[in-house]
Design a binder for this molecule. Structure first.
Ligand SMILES: Cc1cc2nc3c(=O)[nH]c(=O)nc-3n(C[C@H](O)[C@H](O)[C@H](O)COP(=O)(O)O)c2cc1C
Length: 270
């Protein structure tokens, strides 16, 4: 399961301490994984990542395949605070389509989001064509009308009457006129599916502005993609899969000059 270069190994046992499954043991002063424990490896690569001398090779991961961590690219506290506080949901987009190659670059970053037990269960569906987004929007409106009829309390709470009125007046209160829609989905039997997809979508959202792009979570689309059979059918995902998050994507039309305040963190210190 792991191969150790004896000349490079300093027996610092960092790999032993770091393995989340606790399956790396020092055997004859060398890190090793007992055969009966191999099945517990979650392939997270921490053992390879933490080894200062690149002495450890995992069956599925060579140190040479991993980009080095460049300390000079680390962000200061100030940069991180500014970056995270200045992120905005984008609801006004330029009339310019997003190139697939550009979005592919962002998706290539979002795949580094953490997932429970490193299962990496996240899939994406990108609706590139504006007419497909419009079709989804019309189906979400159908779902909203159904809720107005059948679950009036929920409809009132969510102001669904206004949403329908805005749509019927020619607006797009669902996808805000975005040309593209991105769905994030995973196997619905996986207990962490919603969390894994939400984190992946959050990674994607944080990465988008560096590529000149922006997004807004599409909550109504997400609900309807799970609850409204015609939309479930339209998306035509494999039957074991379920949408967990959705976002409208495009080039932001405006830039923001200030960072709105938020409530203080609600924390109980014990
Ligand atoms: C799960 C989720 C669903 C959302 N759904 C929608 C939506 O359907 N339409 C919309 O305009 N904004 C939606 N938003 C965006 C929020 O309204 C937005 O994050 C919030 O107002 C704060 O603004 P900010 O993201 O610019 O900080 C959603 C956000 C989240 C996290």
């Amino acid at each position: 399961m792991i191969k150790i270069d004896q000349e490079l190994c300093t027996q610092d046992e960092h790999c032993v301490a770091e393995c989340p499954a606790g399956i790396i043991k020092m055997i004859d002063k060398t890190p090793a994984v007992p055969v009966e424990m191999e099945g517990f490896c979650i392939d997270c690569g921490h053992c390879v990542a933490v080894c200062p001398g690149a002495a450890l090779t995992l069956k599925t991961l060579q140190p040479e395949a991993c980009l080095p961590v460049d300390k000079s690219l680390g962000l200061s506290e100030e940069h991180v605070a500014h970056f995270l506080r200045s992120r905005r949901s984008i609801r006004n987009f330029k009339n310019k389509p997003v190139e697939k190659a550009l979005l592919q670059k962002v998706l290539d970053i979002a795949r580094f989001a953490p997932t429970a037990s490193n299962k990496q269960p996240v899939h994406w569906l990108f609706l590139e064509q504006e007419k497909e987004v419009k079709k989804v929007v019309s189906m979400v409106i159908d779902w909203i009308k159904y809720i107005i009829q059948n679950e009036p309390e929920m409809a009132r709470e969510k102001n669904f009457d206004k949403v329908v009125a805005a749509y019927e007046a020619g607006g797009d209160p669902i996808c805000r006129g975005a040309k593209h829609l991105l769905f994030c989905y995973a196997n619905k039997t996986l207990i962490s599916a919603g969390t894994d997809c939400a984190i992946a979508m959050a990674y994607l959202e944080l990465a988008l502005p560096s590529f000149g792009l922006g997004d807004c979570w599409a909550g109504y689309v997400n609900y309807a993609a799970r609850l409204w059979p015609p939309l479930v059918e339209y998306l035509n995902l494999p039957p074991e899969m379920e949408v967990q998050a959705a976002a409208m994507i495009g080039y932001p039309k405006y830039r923001y000059h200030r960072m709105p305040t938020r409530q203080p963190a609600s924390v109980e210190w014990r």
